[in-house]
Design a binder for this molecule. Structure first.
Ligand SMILES: [Fe+2]
Length: 144
């Protein structure tokens, strides 16, 4: 895989995750009065596959390089992998709640749903920023 392809694939994975975060923020901001239920159902269907696909690409393309070339890379990658596992579990909870509010039958108060959504997308944004820095570092140091 060339440097260009690598860069494009990973940048795409990060773009998609950040786009998802923006749309979840729109949902959180729209609670409870301006909620777009169709949008919630759409996001519920896409969130799991989007996150899992992005993580798989990162673990395949970025992590081996970090282990090899970054000081303390093995520990760092272990931490990032753990965050992937946690975020995938959290994504399942968010998916369930999006489905519930999309169907108009949630048990949670709007504040609780908003709190859950914000906890999720703020965590993803932090994580993605960190990995984007690592990708930028990798692209600076990789020979071809
Ligand atoms: Fe990641």
């Amino acid at each position: 895989m060339t440097r260009q392809e690598l860069r494009a694939g990973l940048l795409d994975a990060y773009e998609r995750q950040m786009g998802l975060c923006d749309r979840l923020e729109e949902v959180a901001d729209s609670l409870p009065g301006r909620l777009d239920r169709q949008q919630c159902l759409h996001l519920a269907r896409m969130i799991g596959p989007l996150i899992r696909r992005a993580h798989a690409a990162e673990e395949r393309e970025l992590f081996p390089h970090v282990v090899q070339h970054h000081e303390g890379g093995a520990e760092l990658v272990e931490q990032l992998r753990l965050e992937h596992v946690e975020d995938e579990c959290f994504a399942e909870e968010v998916q369930h709640e999006l489905m519930q509010i999309g169907q108009g039958r949630t048990d949670l108060a709007p504040e609780a749903t908003g709190y859950m959504l914000r906890g999720f997308f703020e965590g993803i944004r932090r994580h993605v920023r960190r990995e984007r820095e690592l990708l930028a570092e990798m692209l600076r140091t990789r020979p071809n």
